[in-house]
Design a protein around this ligand. Sequence first.
Ligand code: OAD
Length: 232
Amino acid sequence: MAGDIVILTGAGISAESGLGTFRDAGGIWARYPLEDVATPEGFARDPALVHDFYNARRRQARAASPNPAHAALARLEASWPGRVLIVTQNIDSLHERAGTRAVRHMHGRIDRARCAGCGHRWDAPDEMHPHDACPACTAPRTRPDVVWFGEMPEHMDEIWDRLRAAALFVSIGTSGNVYPAAAFVQDAARAGAYTLELNLDPSAGAADFDETRHGPAGRIVPAWVDEMLART
Ligand code: OAD
């Protein structure tokens, strides 16, 4: 088998790197109300609270290291004869730090900052604060360069094009609760792709996949990549 592969990743792929997931017991949304820290309305109400939340997540992401699942996907990209695109919902940069080149962050990146006034983007400092000035326009309207609920995810035209061209769609470490990512399995299947889920347990959309394999990403992703590369 050859052809293009699109891989969607979620918080579960970074769990074994020590970064928390959202919806598992004790997950991030059990500890912080989503509407306070991950919506434009929450940011307008209390920007200091939102910056504190993302400053802590930036610290954790910077301290974390890629795990064997990230490394295996970098190996797949390097050796697979077709195109491989990683579409991640994660705001950490563990795919890049494992060596993967083609990564699209549909929910943005914690290590980047954005001006809510002029749209300028730059590398985020360790700590961001509500009155930080934009380096381009000087407006005190800086925010983390992440996508909040109610905002458009990024790179969607390219992602949908690549899903239509994919021979294989793989979903790794995501609960399948957040759209549009949760519908990628149906988009890819409609275009003729074979679909595979690799997750700790069955996701909300597990029934939509041609094949599902369950277990920790650090074990089942390298095993799957070994299988794929043995076929090339
Ligand atoms: P969730 O927390 O909703 O789901 C994580 C999934 O990973 C669950 O299905 C777990 O079973 C699985 N999992 C946990 N540990 C794992 C492991 N070691 N190996 C494999 N799988 C494991 O996170 P996401 O689906 O990524 O959006 O959440 C999607 C979006 O919702 C996030 O990008 C974020 C969140 O609200 C925004 O903030 C906009």
